[in-house]
Design a protein around this ligand. Structure first.
Ligand code: URA
Length: 242
């Protein structure tokens, strides 16, 4: 597939569009050994040898990162007020990465970052019912009645009740309950609204799992690449793998 040279360089994290144009103008980029002159020059990302300052750039179509989102970071690539997921990636991260879905500003935990639109679409598709597990501390005493309500699908003020969800009570101390909740949808503020439907407020929320992908012990604010097995299992979770 042929791609504009400036787009190719931007995608590989060489800089912004205007920065890479300057690099090309300055003669720092070669394509198959010849100095490139025009940003609009077409390159074949799998066949052509593109070098920046003499160093070969390697093109991989898709990249996948697990990010432990901290509170105060928005699930977006641009924002005027808050830090975004891009602020946690390395300076050389490619420009076409985006977070898959949204966590609230104060929700922490697992956020997949990729440029694989098909996987993102499948993971977010309401019809695929990809499971997401959240850990929460809630104000109130969660009991078996709540477990049963969630099993049957609670009303969260939408046309249809929430799909059946798996609520596990981990403990309760001084009217604060610790739970995990596994849901197979991704409606706006879904966990908070489900708890609110039982008269409880979520004080802390962290996503720990999405499909087969788990947060593990990745420290808050850190990013790591997924390995091949994790990518395959995530594709399976999203119903994409044969
Ligand atoms: N449910 C919520 O209420 N908030 C999130 O950020 C994620 C799920």
């Amino acid at each position: 597939m042929a791609l504009r040279l400036d787009k190719y360089l931007t995608e590989l994290g060489a800089g912004t569009r205007s920065e890479v144009k300057k690099q090309i103008k300055a003669g720092l980029v070669t394509v198959n050994g010849a100095v490139a002159k025009k940003p609009e020059q077409k390159v074949d990302e799998t066949g052509d040898e593109v070098c920046l300052r003499g160093e070969r750039l390697r093109y991989t179509a898709f990249e996948y990162y697990l990010f432990h989102k901290p509170a105060g970071c928005v699930s977006a690539t641009q924002d005027n007020m808050h830090r975004t997921v891009m602020d946690y990636l390395s300076d050389t991260a490619r420009g076409d990465l985006f977070p898959v879905g949204r966590l609230d500003l104060d929700t922490e935990g697992l956020l997949l970052i990729t440029n694989d639109g098909a996987l993102a679409h499948a993971l977010l598709s309401p019809s695929r019912h990809v499971a997401k597990t959240y850990y929460a501390r809630v104000q109130g005493v969660v009991d078996e009645t709540d477990v049963n309500f969630f099993k049957n699908g609670v009303d969260i003020g939408e046309e249809k009740p929430a799909r059946p969800a798996d609520l596990v009570i981990l403990g309760c101390k001084e009217d604060v309950s610790e739970i995990t909740l596994t849901i197979t949808e991704g409606k706006f503020h879904q966990v908070r609204r489900m708890m609110a439907s039982r008269g409880m407020t979520v004080a802390y929320l962290e996503r720990r799992q999405e499909g087969a992908l788990t947060l593990g012990n990745l420290p808050r604010g850190c990013v790591r690449e997924l390995n091949a097995r994790e990518i395959r299992e995530l594709e399976e979770s999203a119903g994409l793998a044969e």
